[in-house]
Design a protein around this ligand. Structure first.
Ligand SMILES: [Cu+2]
Length: 445
């Protein structure tokens, strides 16, 4: 993880109103169901998918394939067990993938130039997806065929074992359960690389976007040891070139279907003071009131909340965004225009339908995230779009040949106070909520 100096964020937060989504009701029952009862209205060009997981949590959303962005998810809802569907986002997609080589000799913009959809998106086989293969129309760039293109099975929908969900032994009784994840993903082959666009929806309400890369190393990008790694029999000039996979994801939030959305940055800073037994840290939530960029730091995360919608404890419903592990980067066009440290790990802007890509965007609304922020930095943040940047610096190794073992990059979003307790409270734990007022027992051994 790479940390950079923190960004001061001050100001006020204002309200916005989102169009309410169309809820048709949900009665999903089976953990194995694919498209049981949809809670979303997807129109003509997108398809509804839903899945109920081990906790009883149900996810529902629409999906489609865009010629450039590839897999696009819209109208994402989560339903706690026995609860009503809660809208989380209007949309989520990859907004750019740049692959610059350390030699300076090559850089590709795989979303805006090649595109992840169209013929670049491959049809699934049983070899790679043992889950459901779901078909959709896959339009090519510029063919104007939205909704009329031939349907192909490009979406893998699979439920996977995800290990232990919780365990608590109170001396007399063991309370424990395992959990599963719902993963949906597509494959896009761009040049020698084959990319997996994957979204993992957890039984705990978490969302984990990730990009996996496999395929083969570029056969035409070889250099010296200062810019690559020797992956063959030893030859000075035959080092496979180091390069980065720089990704930005775009999330258009619509938490609880509308109303005010607030963005805050959480930090827990060391004070330098030590209490009787441990160092003292000070936590604070700083509101981000206007479009802004921010960078990663230890113990830092961001929160998107809807103050008008509260859980049964009276706490605003929110999601926490953790950028996690990243080789922070600056897109090449941003570096050319603004310098080498102009990058960001996260940015927040107001929704603008013209602002599709994180760089190389066309139209009068700016060429990328830095433009979007600069043009609107004095406006109130209302209809929130989060742009999350995660970089992976790839130093080739002998084992990358061949094919390359999948390597992953991504980040996570976790519900924070969406429900007053865990979404699936087991028997005997329903009363545990907040500070116990009569606890006088011993500390467990
Ligand atoms: Cu690579």
């Amino acid at each position: 993880m790479k940390n950079r100096a923190s960004l001061a964020l001050t100001g006020i937060v204002t309200a916005f109103t989102m169009a309410a989504c169309t809820l048709l009701g949900s009665d999903s029952e089976s953990a194995d169901a694919v498209e049981d009862e949809a809670v979303v209205s997807c129109g003509d060009t997108a398809h509804a998918i839903s899945r109920t997981l081990s906790s009883g949590v149900t996810w529902a959303m629409c999906w489609a394939v865009d010629p450039q962005q590839g897999l696009v998810l819209t109208d994402i809802h989560v339903s706690p067990p026995d609860g009503e569907p809660i809208q989380v986002m209007e949309s989520m997609a990859i907004a750019q993938l740049e692959v610059p080589y350390d030699t300076g000799e090559r850089s590709t913009f795989d979303i805006t130039s090649a595109g992840f959809g169209g013929r670049k998106m491959h049809t699934l086989t049983e070899a790679e997806c043992t889950g459901d293969h779901i078909a959709v129309a896959v339009p090519d760039i510029g063919d104007g065929s939205y909704g009329k293109s031939p349907e192909r099975e490009v979406l893998c929908s699979e439920v996977a074992e995800a290990g232990l969900a919780y365990r608590s032994h109170d001396g007399a009784r063991l309370t424990a359960d395992r959990k599963n994840d719902w993963r949906i993903w597509t494959i896009s082959k761009v040049g020698w690389y084959e990319y997996i666009t994957q979204y993992t929806f957890g039984a705990d309400g978490s969302i984990t976007p990730s990009l996996g890369a496999t395929g083969d190393l570029s056969p035409v990008d070889y250099s010296d040891e200062r810019h690559g790694w020797d992956v063959g029999e030893e030859h000075e000039s035959e080092h496979a070139a180091n390069h980065s996979h720089n990704v930005v994801w775009k999330m258009h939030w619509a938490l609880a279907g509308g109303g005010d959305v607030a963005v805050e940055q959480f930090d827990a800073e060391r004070t330098g003071q030590i209490g009787p037994e441990a160092p003292i840290l000070d936590a604070q939530l700083a509101p981000i009131e206007r479009p802004a960029t921010a960078v990663q730091a230890d113990r830092r995360w961001w929160r998107v909340s809807n103050p008008a919608e509260t859980n049964d404890d009276g706490h605003p419903v929110s999601y926490q965004i953790d950028v996690g592990s990243t080789d922070s980067f600056t897109f090449t066009p941003d570096e050319q225009e603004h310098g080498h440290d102009a990058g960001y790990d996260i940015a927040f802007t107001n929704y603008d339908e013209c602002q599709v890509f994180a760089s190389k965007n066309r139209g009068a609304c700016g060429s990328g995230v830095l433009d979007y922020v600069a043009q609107s930095h004095d406006k109130a943040l209302e209809d929130v779009v989060a742009w999350v940047a995660v970089g992976y610096h790839h130093v080739p190794r002998d084992e990358d040949q061949s094919p390359m073992e999948l390597h992953w990059q991504g980040f996570s979003m976790t519900p924070r106070d969406l429900t007053a307790q865990r979404m699936d409270v087991p028997d005997g734990r329903g009363e545990v909520n907040g500070k116990p007022d009569d606890y006088d027992g011993p500390i467990p051994e």
